[in-house]
Design a protein around this ligand. Structure first.
Ligand SMILES: Cc1ncc(COP(=O)(O)O)c(C=O)c1O
Length: 452
């Protein structure tokens, strides 16, 4: 396999010594200094991905458009401080994410609070901190939020999450807009209309300034979605519903959020679908639908998570053993505790040797043809803990450094202490300098919350 540069961060280079570097920093040196597993994020790649979305929307959509980074993909103070000056919004899904965002100084007005079961405490926290939008999911939440807004005496802008009933061809666990989903309310059941009415027709409270202010509708159809058809269908359905609500409930949609879910390539075989092209198409669909239904262009919000951060990071692991059997297992010092996607979704990854990235894959001396194929096994006690099922590499040796690209999303965000693993350190690289932004956990951290 030749070095798959297009899967690595934009600044990845292979030096004459065979060492892989990112952001001008030698990964072999970083692993030596900070240990492994180590996650290395390239700030330039994050900014380039966010910038590409901004430019695509500015060119394709002649009205207000917002790029709202979906923090569930990976949330960390350094990242929020990098994205905030870029003018991005932020999508959070829990009181914890909201807390981290506020502590990092992210402007509350640019935060959208999602979730299918926000607690009263979370809604109070969101309203009190002045978040820009609360994306309401169900009737119980609308009732609760009315009470919270009235007690706080505020006018809270909200969007309503619609379940658009469109199927996407992605992993079942990543599809969120199908007819059977726990997220949002369906149009054809009448619930979507009931919620619109519950928000806009509610009796005026004693404090007239306190209210829920419905701005528009939100859908999110799934993640790692490569087709345009479901986005087009979702946008069309939202506009048709909005036109219906304008006529029957007197509500005029001013904002529209078709969510995130834009795909990234994890392995060389993945199709080369460019998220910015998809976003241009979504914008064109919205423009056409607005014209068809006689709407002024609503504010358009997109919510990419994975596609902004996944390509920006590599995960580095040290090889501890190379075991030949039915397959050759290259065991590394991390695994499903820091990346549960392969075990959970059967997600595919590839890998290179970061200390010998200039060497071609080759056979073991005297071994059968095809023995340049390896499985990269994690160290945790599950048979499913295999990070890469099949990758061609120069024969790995104990002590080699394995780099897995496209590791920036839904890995650290889902990391656990399974087997009492220590969550990895994180380093951010830019212009030849590396900054430790999260230290590796310690054994004492494992006991920090135990009180009995
Ligand atoms: C409401 C919402 N918006 C945006 C996203 C981000 O999706 P992705 O990271 O695939 O872009 C998600 C992911 O689950 C989501 O639930």
């Amino acid at each position: 396999m030749t070095f798959p540069a297009d899967l690595f961060p934009d600044t990845a280079r292979v030096g004459a010594d065979g060492h892989l570097s990112i952001g001008g920093c030698d990964l072999v040196a970083l692993a030596g200094e900070y240990g492994t597993p180590l996650y290395v994020y390239d700030a330039a790649t994050v900014l380039a991905r966010a910038g590409a979305y901004r430019e695509a929307l500015a060119a394709a959509y002649p009205a207000r458009a917002t790029i709202c980074y979906a923090g569930k993909a990976y949330l960390a103070p350094w990242l929020l401080r990098l994205l905030a000056p870029e003018g991005l919004g932020l999508d959070v899904v829990s009181g914890g994410e909201l807390h981290v965002a506020l502590r990092a100084g992210f402007p509350a007005r640019r935060i959208y609070f999602h979730g299918n079961n926000k607690s009263e405490a979370e809604l109070r926290q969101a309203v009190a901190s002045g978040v820009g939008r609360i994306v309401v999911d169900n009737m119980d939440e609308v009732r609760l939020l009315w009470r919270v807004a009235i007690e706080a005496g505020v006018s809270q802008p909200v969007l309503l999450r619609i379940a658009p009933g469109v199927d996407v061809h992605t992993h079942a666990h990543l599809a969120t807009g199908a007819p059977d989903t726990k997220f949002g309310v369906a149009i054809d059941t009448g619930w979507a209309e009931a919620l619109v009415r519950a928000i806009v027709d509610a009796p005026a409270p004693r404090r007239p300034e306190a209210r829920l202010e419905l701005r528009g509708f939100h859908v999110h159809i799934g993640s790692q979605v490569r087709e345009l058809a479901p986005y087009r269908a979702a946008v069309d359905r939202l506009f048709a519903f909005a036109a219906d609500m304008r006529e029957r409930a007197g509500f005029v949609m001013r904002e529209l959020s078709p969510g995130g879910g834009y795909p990234v390539r994890y392995v060389p075989e993945d199709p080369d679908v460019r998220p910015v092209d998809m976003v241009r198409d979504v914008a064109a669909t919205a423009i056409a639908a607005a014209r068809k239904h006689g709407f002024e262009l609503p504010e358009l919000t997109i919510e990419p998570g994975r596609s902004i951060v996944a390509p920006a990071a590599v995960a580095l692991y040290r090889v501890g053993s190379v075991k030949r059997g039915a397959r050759t297992y290259v065991a590394v010092d991390g695994g499903m505790a820091d990346n549960m996607r392969p075990a959970t979704y059967g997600a595919a990854y590839t890998a290179v040797l970061a200390d010998r990235a200039n060497e071609a894959a080759g056979d073991f001396e005297g071994s059968a043809p095809g023995s340049d194929r390896f499985a990269i096994a994690g160290k945790y006690c599950e048979t499913g803990d295999v990070l890469v099922q099949d990758v061609r590499l120069p024969p790995p040796r104990v002590g080699d450094l394995v780099a897995i690209p496209v590791s920036g999303a839904y890995q650290l965000a889902m990391a656990s202490n399974y087997n009492m693993a220590l969550r990895p350190a994180v380093v951010v690289v830019a212009d030849g300098a590396a900054r430790l932004v999260r230290r590796r956990e310690t054994y004492d951290d494992l006991l920090a919350a135990d009180v009995g």
